[in-house]
Ligand binder design. Sequence first.
Ligand SMILES: Cc1ncc(COP(=O)(O)O)c(C=O)c1O
Length: 446
Amino acid sequence: MAARYQITGSSSAALSASVETGIRSGALAPGEALPAVRALAAELSVSPATVAKAYQELRQRGLIATAGRRGTRVRPRPPVATRRAALMPPPLPGARDLSSGQPDSRLLPPLGPHLAALAAELGPPTGYAATTMLPDLAEAARTRFTADGVPAGEITVTGGALDGIERLLAAHLRPGDAVAVEDPGWANLLDLVAALGLRAIGVPVDDDGPTEPGVRAALAAGARALVITSRAQNPTGAAISADRATALRTLLAGRADLLLIEDDHAAELARVPLHPLAGATPTWAFVRSVSKPYGPDLRLAVLAGDEATVARVAGRARVGAGWVSTVLQRLVLALWRDPATADLVRRAGESYEGRRAGLVDALAARGLTAHGRTGINVWVPVPDETVAVTALRDAGWSVAPGTLNRIAAAPGVRITVSTLDEADLAPFADAVAQAVRPGLPAGYTA
Ligand SMILES: Cc1ncc(COP(=O)(O)O)c(C=O)c1O
């Protein structure tokens, strides 16, 4: 067994610095348990209050999390640069990876031809950009938003969805404020909320989106912001239905104290209509990333919102990163304008739909309930995530434990179907059935 990392220090600042060093060096791995407050205090001959203060500081910075009986642990993705190896799960020789949450790279539009065309028209090198967003990109985004019923008077551009959400939350909230997020929800968002020193309040999700009683309870508990996913919710695949949108719009109507953020990351890939809440509250933002349909490496999202909210996001960019490279903005515009790319994105959406439905049906035939109305993930409730993930791993399949996505939601595993082929369905569904109900004979169908 590896020797335990020795936390040192006699003040809370020294203790938290020691834990941070452990995380940065990889000696304290993501998910690793830290000693209980009293035990560490006794070991270091300091008061429990000193250790508690150090843990509190680390928690507020999103480096560690305390989860009831599971004790205090290093967060799965602590916001300090770590040696890469510390973040990687142990290698699984020969296993199929269905844990990534990534689109199939074979279904992303090739950038080469568009970059070549761009090279021919770029002209002299650009210096510091005069505006945050190219007017042509703003116009094209406005047309797309308007077609989907999103009121897009004000628009800006960010370095992806999470960058936009970070700036929105940082501009409106202060450390300690509460943010309502879907539960289960997007792991990166939970990490961001922790890193900003905000408190996450989980809102239960069903196939039609965040539940109305869940949002109501989060508001009653003091949430200052609500972040919801329009379609392809990660990890459950939920999409906000027309009825749910109406109910939530009614509930939120006129709430001047709430920042409403909608994340439509599946965008052109989604094969269900958008039912936006945009404009239901005076303070709102609608964020649409290009990561899933066009490629995560483009690092770009467009953001619509009320005038003050958009001005805050764009203004914060000006005093920080400045702007999103106009090369990337032009590239996205070229992709949006290209009919062949639109066709490719449509076919990618169809392909994911087929794979998702194939898996949900194959699991249903084995008596298992799975969720996955839209997007690239299927969520399977399981009695015990560790048992299920380990059994699947032993059978040669790597899936993501839902613990990364959950606050108080019931356990589950997330299966990314983007590379799951027709021929995989039966053996994989058998393996899932075995992993979830280990007593059943292989090949059993209900
Ligand atoms: C719910 C959700 N929103 C947004 C994104 C994309 O984020 P970004 O634009 O920062 O790449 C993802 C990617 O996995 C996601 O799952």
